[in-house]
Ligand binder design. Structure first.
Ligand SMILES: N[C@@H](CCC(=O)N[C@@H](CS)C(=O)NCC(=O)O)C(=O)O
Length: 261
């Protein structure tokens, strides 16, 4: 089984955590054309959106991390990541949805400034401050859902933990982790200690260490970052509309498939 992924992608990390928790072997591959938006080659054939993750299980090819997670849960039901109770299942899915949309967008925006150097001076400071403030709001929201429990699902590690782990861990990497000693910080320590998560985070750390050099590919190396939905919205609402305009002018950003004519 093949997983097209990027070790920094929070969506891909969610899937790797799920597969590893279930003991499902897979080969992880960074697509050669990742970040180009090219419509030729095996990656674009597998996902016209040219986004990771993509799971290829025999004749079955699936993109969209939530759809992949549903497939993984149904194909390898043990150990279950979703609880049985409908309300608890919905609770887990809502947690995942907010992580995948609002939280991921904040992390992405911070990375655009830190790694891709999209802004300098006052604008960079402003975007960083926006990301920090929004991260606090999202972590408070997550902390409220965690409550005094060990895991987001209560007594068992599950769906929402797999979705939230890459988001909170990325905040920690950026120096915006939860208050030390808080329940969310203790959850982060607990989740990081699980072998499936520890391996996934180690791959994140190794890739993050190369990002300063890799980001040159996007400023001068002909790659174009995809600005889409919540991420694009984050940049505009946080005051970075000129980042978008400069990226379009310089040809260093692109919008999602399908391309206009
Ligand atoms: N909604 C998608 C989002 C996937 C996504 O945006 N992946 C990013 C990496 S984190 C990507 O592959 N972007 C393509 C690019 O930047 O060229 C999912 O949940 O799988």
């Amino acid at each position: 089984m093949l997983l097209y992924e990027h070790p920094l992608s929070s969506y891909a990390q969610k899937i790797k955590i799920a597969l590893r928790e279930k003991g499902v072997p897979f080969t992880a591959e960074l697509p050669e054309s990742f970040g180009t938006g090219r419509s030729d080659g095996p990656f674009a054939a597998a996902n016209p959106r040219t986004e990771v993750p993509v799971l290829i299980d025999g004749d079955t090819t699936i993109f969209e991390s939530t759809v992949i997670l549903e497939y993984v849960e149904e194909r390898w039901p043990a150990p279950p990541l979703l609880p049985r109770d409908p309300a608890a299942r919905a609770f887990a899915r809502v947690t995942e949805d907010v992580c995948d949309t609002q939280y991921e967008a904040v992390n992405w925006g911070f990375g655009e400034v830190l790694w891709f150097r999209r802004a300098t001076g006052d604008l960079a400071l402003h975007l960083r401050a926006q990301a920090a403030a929004q991260t606090r709001v999202l972590q408070d929201w997550l902390a409220g859902r965690l409550g005094p429990a060990e895991w987001f699902g209560g007594a068992r590690f599950g769906w929402a933990d797999a979705a939230a782990a890459p988001m909170v861990n990325r905040s920690v990497h950026y120096g915006m982790g939860p208050e030390p000693g808080s329940p969310l910080a203790r959850w982060h320590a607990r989740v990081s200690a699980r072998p499936a998560v520890a391996q996934t985070f180690a791959e994140f750390d190794a890739a993050a260490a190369t990002m300063a050099a890799a980001s040159e590919m996007y400023t001068t190396g002909g790659r174009r970052r995809e600005y889409r939905d919540h991420r694009l919205e984050w940049m505009v609402k946080s005051g970075g509309v000129e980042v978008v305009l400069a990226g379009l002018r310089d040809g260093t950003i692109r919008f999602p498939w399908p391309d206009g004519v």
